[in-house]
Design a protein around this ligand. Structure first.
Ligand code: OGA
Ligand code: MN
Length: 288
């Protein structure tokens, strides 16, 4: 009976899992170890896993029911044969993008929190990576909450914010949306600012994305100032982990207690990632 090897990747979050083959059937005992490591480290990296699209789907399902990709700007799945798989790429074929997010920076965000029940997790598999740039960062929102000054905790207790649905993390407008001139009118779910994590019961700061966010019931200027302070706090380097991609890295992240962002990279180079996500439940406020 062998067990997995777990190596932390930063003091804040992230762990590398080795001694497991994600192509082969995974025993219930090994899966339980992986899930325990995931609860503890929030982001798991598996290296050198040459997964086919079918392998990616099969192993993703170990973590729950697949959640189809949100609508992309082009209105049809990127992979005709695998509509549950999203493509993150800057590559164009015949002028048409084969995936989302281009080659620019993707700002700090949490995935699809503008819907009532956002995905609980996402998996990203690196199929082509640029020689430099395009690193991805994750930040630990349990730590961000725990280290907030008491007066900020008091200001956000019981509050909800609008999570804008208009723009994706690369700044592109989603299909069917209109520009937002007043964040108080932004379309998107109203989420608690502090959630109780459904699996661990721990409190996590839940910010979604900064653009067009608004704390309900506050004067706009007060909401803007408080959000700026919360974002500055939550995205400090000591809460984060930097992923420098290697070919066939697979990263699994918890989308309820982390934020992520991506660096830009040279548009003349290619980056291709295949991605799945796992259905989640509506989140509830942390009761304190
Ligand atoms: C995502 C995402 C960042 C990246 O897949 O949700 O934000 O590094 N990707 O491609
Ligand atoms: Mn994302």
């Amino acid at each position: 009976m062998t067990s997995i090897t777990i190596k932390p990747l930063s003091p804040a979050l992230g762990a590398e899992i080795s001694n497991v083959d994600l192509h082969a059937p995974i025993s219930p005992a090994t899966l339980a170890e992986i899930k325990q490591a995931w609860d503890a480290h929030l982001v798991l990296r598996f290296r050198g896993q040459m997964l086919s699209d079918q392998n990616l789907l099969d192993m993703s399902r170990l973590f729950g029911e697949l959640d189809p990709p949100g609508p992309n700007p082009y209105g049809k799945p990127f992979l005709e044969d695998f509509p549950e798989i999203n493509v993150i790429s800057n590559v164009k074929v015949g002028g048409a993008p084969i995936g989302n997010l281009g080659d620019g920076e993707a700002v700090w965000h949490c995935d699809m929190t503008y819907v009532e029940s956002p995905p609980r997790a996402a998996l990203l598999h690196a199929l082509e990576i640029p020689p430099s740039g395009g690193d991805t960062f994750w930040s630990n929102m349990y730590l961000a909450y725990e280290t907030l000054p008491d007066e900020m905790k008091a200001k956000i207790a019981g509050r909800r914010a609008i999570h804008d649905a208009t723009y994706n993390s690369a700044g592109m407008m989603r299909k069917g949306m209109n520009p937002v001139t007043d964040p108080r009118q932004a379309p998107g779910a109203h989420q608690p600012l502090v959630i109780s994590h459904p699996d661990t019961g721990r409190a996590a700061l839940y910010l979604g994305r900064r653009r067009n966010s608004y704390i309900l019931g506050m004067a706009l200027a007060e909401s803007e100032a408080l959000l700026d302070a919360l974002w500055a706090h939550a995205t400090q380097p000591q809460f984060s982990f930097r992923q420098e991609w290697r070919l066939h890295d697979l990263i699994l992240w918890d989308n309820r207690c982390t934020l992520h962002r991506r660096d830009s990279f040279d548009p003349e180079t290619r980056r291709v990632m295949h991605r799945t996500q796992i259905k989640g439940l509506a989140l509830t406020a942390f009761a304190g």
